[in-house]
Design a protein around this ligand. Sequence first.
Ligand code: IMP
Length: 423
Amino acid sequence: MNIILVGTQWGDEGKGKIIDILSAKVDCIVRYQGGNNAGHTVVVGDKEYIFHLMPSGILHKAKTCFIGNGVVIDPLVLLEEIEGIRNTGIDINGRLKISTLAHVILPYHKILDQLRETKRKNKIGTTGRGIGPCYADKIIRCGIRMVDLLNPKVLSEKLKDNLKEKNEIFRKVYKHKGFDFNAIYREYLNYGKLFAPYISNTALLLNQAITAKKDILFEGAQGTFLDIDFGTYPFVTSSSATSGGACIGTGVSPVKIDKVIGVAKAYTTRVGEGPFPTEYPAGFAKFMRAKGKEFGATTGRPRRCGWFDSVMVKEAVMLNGITELAVMKMDILDGLKEIKVCTAYKYKGKTFREFPHDFEILNKLKPVYQTLPGWGKDIRKARSFRQLQPNAKNYLARISDMLNTKISLVSIGSAREDTIFLD
Ligand code: IMP
């Protein structure tokens, strides 16, 4: 079975934990978009792992992990991650495959990302990792790919060509001294040597795996509303975070996909700027942020927090073709007297039941809430759906009804064991 796993909100839904659980049941795990802007947290026993580029499935010893062509790679970050995993005693030899066609993040991408943010009137709040500029180079066809790191002549030509134009822009527009060819060339040629054992035609390998009836998990990074097309543009990331991105970002045909699973937090969070209809008032946001440890896994920035927004997640169900949902961090809502769920939006007397695209409406609309009773006690003790408090069951039933989608898994804590399977 080939499964795509996607975030239904603004990322940080808790995908890392679900990927880790599902990884045990498949043969191959693939990252298909984004870069080290992502941060997937997996807790095993008393150890916490945070992955930025490496597919989280690497913790499962017999699995093959792929970094697809749709991913942008900061080689140094990936090397550090490989080193970190090796240091924990996990052998990755022969288990990591990196696409020849994945684009490479260069020092000028990172600096440009940061400089652009300082100049922008409406800041996006990017992670500053060079993601946007690297994808921009891919689209305007001057990017450098992993395969280029293996060919000194091609790398030299492409880098020279890039630096000629970019250094001029850096100096004239940003008053930055620009970048030295030799230093970057030497550094990246060396990355080519270090990554050579891993770089491969991953589209071919994945399609061969499918022919051999192997099971594949496509792990999405970020979330539907950070998608370059369907997200709250321009406050989005630069890749296709929706399920369609899995095919483009790996070279696996859509007809080979069997199922799409959505991941949603039992409430909503967002890092960075942009519209957020159900955002909590500041005081309550601070309380919930501390309760849910809502700080970015990549940048450590405080996450903005708000109520569950069924309009958004319903849109995500449609866009991704989600047939089942994992609801995460239910335990963080423990102890609340009342819990609100957004059922629609209102703007200038008009009710919106679909996610509006007009930026002004999105910024000014007011959410319409249904208020549900909280469940008071600690739900982490439950080990089955039956053992959940009636109001917690009711909350899940309401969400499932609103989205017209079944909930197949509920997470009530960060550990693998704090998971209730409904299916
Ligand atoms: P970029 O991807 O670094 O260009 O950042 C663009 C926007 O996406 C910013 O608001 C980031 O905070 C947000 N973002 C990027 N990656 C993630 C993620 O993995 N989780 C949550 N937000 C993210």
